[in-house]
Design a protein around this ligand. Structure first.
Ligand SMILES: NC(=O)c1ccc[n+]([C@@H]2O[C@H](COP(=O)([O-])OP(=O)(O)OC[C@H]3O[C@@H](n4cnc5c(N)ncnc54)[C@H](OP(=O)(O)O)[C@@H]3O)[C@@H](O)[C@H]2O)c1
Length: 344
């Protein structure tokens, strides 16, 4: 499987590490050899149709340099669109930064890859939150796969669970704590009685929150994940414009104390029913959704199976890269294409 890797940051580098360490086992167990034939970052590309040396790439990126400095294969200033257009490959991994206002540059990369009949595995939520129905249609039309397991819950196989394990059942609702940063902040407010700004500072120091945390704190990240689940798991045709979003900015220490007094905790809850909403809510302290710290949790309600909750780390380079590999194996197994079915 010839792979173009777009974005060689935390996720892209973790993917390279997994391939370096597990390549032989992947080939033995799954019968194919994944090979990165091109890697692109913001400054250029490295291209080798026989496969790049991933150790060289990791050394360059570890030193803060561009893949374009690969001594034998580097191409300064070459863009991802050039590479997608010109390099022969079976799959494109899209792991460039999320930009929610316009989904770019990832949206153009995904569209270009699908148009070239390349299977796509995305970890970037932006393009999906804005245009998932259209992208799914394009993938279907081109008879290739578009997968994005790492976008919801990183390594927690939330999308695979809803898609494959509930076949024949009907998912009636999904509720989730889908953002680690806000959950960390609310947990610290609950446990240590600190204010929101103190908790945010702690989250930034601990590496959970970005320098600009607006995307998490305002509930946008959670909304993106709901949009992806709505389209992929429930057959809905929605984008982020269809989500009613309220972040955690207005949560006060008094709210947190009121929750405690009634054996509840304040959480940023994403809900997918007839309406799709993100808002702070009281959750029963004993409900499986009441996870602490940076953990994520998702509760599915299905007609036959009842309520099922998955809990785990919802972010991290290795976790997300593991999800990318799962998608690639899945694409390979389903003869490179197909939507893989879904619950009723
Ligand atoms: N990290 C996580 O835990 C996690 C979990 C789930 C999903 N995600 C999503 O996965 C994506 C990647 O995350 P990350 O943490 O790996 O981000 P990151 O560390 O910031 O890396 C982004 C990479 O994209 C490259 N890039 C930027 N603009 C580009 C362009 N125009 N063309 C090609 N490459 C470009 C950057 O190049 P330079 O190296 O030159 O700067 C960098 O290599 C994001 O959309 C993120 O939201 C991340």
């Amino acid at each position: 499987m010839r792979i173009i890797l777009v974005g060689v940051g935390t996720v892209g580098q973790a993917f390279c590490k997994i391939l370096l360490h597990n390549k032989n086992e992947i080939t033995r167990l799954y019968g194919f050899e994944p090979k990165v034939v091109a890697a692109v970052d913001s400054r250029g590309a490295a291209v080798n149709p026989s496969g790049l040396d991933l150790e060289i790439l990791l050394n360059l990126k570890g030193g803060g340099k561009s893949v374009a400095l690969d001594p034998s294969n580097g191409k300064k200033g070459v863009s991802a669109l050039d590479v997608i257009e010109e390099v022969d490959a079976d799959a494109v991994i899209e792991a460039s930064p999320t930009r929610i206002n316009d989904g770019e540059p990832g949206l153009s990369f995904i569209k270009a890859a699908l148009r070239k009949k390349r299977n796509v595995v995305a970890t970037n939520k932006g393009p999906l939150a804005l245009a998932l129905p259209a992208l799914m249609e394009l993938a279907e039309y081109k008879n290739v796969a578009l997968r994005f397991s790492g976008t919801v819950g990183a390594g927690i196989p939330i999308l695979d669970f809803g898609k494959k394990c509930l076949l024949g059942d009907r998912i009636t609702s999904i509720r989730g704590i889908l953002n680690g940063t806000t959950n960390y902040i609310l947990t610290r407010m609950t446990e240590a009685g600190v204010t929101m700004s103190q908790a945010l500072e702690e989250a930034q120091k601990a590496g959970y929150a970005e320098a600009d945390p607006a995307y998490d704190v305002k509930g946008i990240d959670t909304a993106c994940k709901l949009v992806i689940m709505a389209n992929w798991l429930m057959g809905r045709d929605v984008t982020i414009k269809d989500v009613d979003i309220q972040g955690i900015e207005s949560v006060t220490p008094a709210d947190v104390e009121k929750a405690k007094a009634t054996n509840n905790v304040v959480k940023l809850v994403g809900t997918l029913e007839d309406r799709i909403t993100v808002h702070p809510a009281f959750v029963d302290r004993n409900h499986p959704l009441a996870v602490d710290g940076a953990l994520n949790a998702v509760s599915f309600k299905a007609e036959s199976a009842g309520e099922i909750t998955m809990v785990g780390r919802g972010a991290g380079g290795m976790e997300t890269a593991g999800a990318v590999l799962r998608d690639l194996i899945d694409i390979r197994r389903s003869s490179w294409r197909g939507s893989g079915g879904r619950a009723l």
